[in-house]
Design a binder for this molecule. Structure first.
Ligand code: AMP
Ligand code: MG
Length: 408
């Protein structure tokens, strides 16, 4: 043990929140190997990472289209009174040409007839029999989307490495792609450690806790595009921990919960070291979650997440999620932060950045810190919907101050 403590202190780095996140992103980006791929239909494409870019099959729009309901005119003819010579609806085509002194009634999305170079909104016209009058000034191009304004045939409409959402699904549909080649979901092993940890179905004794971490992590992994594989929990025993890790390291990513503090029975780091692991850091200046281990062994990345439920959840969200998204082939792993006004004041001892349970209110810009009993208080976290981000070096916030929030 003496040797082990020396190893930790001498070799393994401690980082701020920002630096630790940058290390995770940099390591995973430079050492990852692309996952295998599969085809999915449009209904399953959202949430998946596109492997092959998708290109436009034709110029878009293919013809100049009207952006308004109104009248297609020659801009040199307005303001004035024009003769309505026909109509064109969305899906139709006006075969003739708009001549001098003429207008064609047009609907939004309809192709602009030849000869016309402006659409006057119906709201800006007066119709009298076969004539239409407008006071609007002539302005060539107004309310017309020219052919090719959105893209040319062959332009990339969704880039490779994009984690797709509903907009990308629309882009695929727009170019006629009924299927897309996406990366397979990385398989993520979840290994809980702890003598006190028992399965959810069991009736725990007074000193035991149900294994909630395996399930919160599984849900977080699924949300981040991974496929969770929950391994049987291991006792606080170095040998048993090492054997279970060997199994875990056969997956694309290994998440460990518990056993990373400085306690006498915390065997995660020594067991990983025995497997030849390289450690990138084993402490981050955050709370909850200070003892947090990130490294690589047997060509796989692992996280040793502290076992307190709030710590496990927060450290996965802040670090593990980015690693998993990148391992899944995504180009980037943004962390969405928004600003909100504190409903009540907050003070803390400086030195650690804190990620505390909070409730973002319906107005979208007020945040209320939750009262909680600390890192094991899942019930309080269940009443929250966001993390309040308390800066490490700022000790005091007043009610009404702006503070960063990560919506959950
Ligand atoms: P550790 O990080 O191993 O020191 O664990 C800290 C505390 O987190 C333990 O005392 C347990 O109360 C709790 N804990 C550890 N593992 C789990 C788990 N898998 N599920 C729920 N709580 C856990
Ligand atoms: Mg433990």
């Amino acid at each position: 043990m003496g040797h082990w403590l020396k190893f930790r202190m001498a070799e393994v780095a401690t980082y701020s929140f920002e630096d630790a996140r940058a290390v995770v992103i940099d390591r995973v980006r430079s050492l990852r190997t692309p996952p295998k791929t599969e085809m999915v239909g449009l209904i399953d494409a959202a949430g998946r990472v596109l492997m092959e870019e998708v290109r436009a099959d034709r110029e878009l729009p293919p013809v100049a289209r009207s952006l308004r309901d109104g009248f297609a005119v020659r801009s040199s003819d307005v303001p004035g009174t024009l003769r309505v010579v026909g109509e064109v609806r969305a899906g139709g085509m006006y075969e003739g040409e708009v001549g001098a002194g003429e207008a064609v009634e047009i609907m939004t999305g309809a192709p602009v007839p030849r000869g016309a170079d402006q659409v006057v909104m119906v709201e800006h016209t007066r119709r009298e029999g076969a004539n239409v009058t407008t006071d609007r000034a002539g302005k060539a191009g107004e309310f017309i989307n020219p052919a090719g304004a959105e893209c040319k045939a062959g332009d990339v409409v969704v880039a490779a490495g994009t984690r797709m959402d509903f907009v990308h699904v629309a882009a695929l549909a727009m170019v006629g792609a009924t299927q897309a080649r996406v990366y397979r979901r990385p398989k993520v092993a979840i290994l809980s450690t702890g003598d006190e940890v028992v399965p959810v179905e069991s009736r725990p004794g007074p000193s035991q806790v149900r294994n909630s971490n395996a399930w919160s992590l599984a849900a977080q992994v699924k949300r981040a595009g991974g496929e969770p594989v929950i391994l049987p929990a291991v006792r606080d025993d170095e040998e048993a921990t090492r054997r279970a890790m060997e199994d875990g390291l056969r997956h694309d990513l290994l998440l460990l919960s518990g056993g990373v503090s400085a306690g006498k029975y915390d065997f995660v780091e020594p067991a990983l070291a025995a497997l030849g692991a390289e450690f990138y850091f084993d402490r981050v200046l955050i709370q909850p979650g200070q003892p947090l281990v990130f490294g690589r062994a047997k060509e796989r990345f692992f996280f040793g997440l502290p076992g307190n439920p709030a710590s496990t959840m927060a450290t996965f969200e802040l670090f593990g999620r980015a690693a998993l998204e990148l391992l899944g082939g995504a180009n980037d792993a943004p962390l969405p932060l928004l600003w909100a006004k504190l409903k009540s004041g907050y003070r803390h001892k400086t030195g650690l950045a804190r990620f505390l349970p909070a409730r973002l209110l319906d107005d979208g810009q007020t945040v209320e810190p939750m009262v909680w009993a600390g890192s094991s208080d899942i019930a309080a976290m269940a009443r929250a919907n966001a993390y309040l981000v308390v800066e490490a070096e700022r000790g005091e916030y007043a009610a009404g101050d702006w503070i960063q929030v990560i919506p959950r």
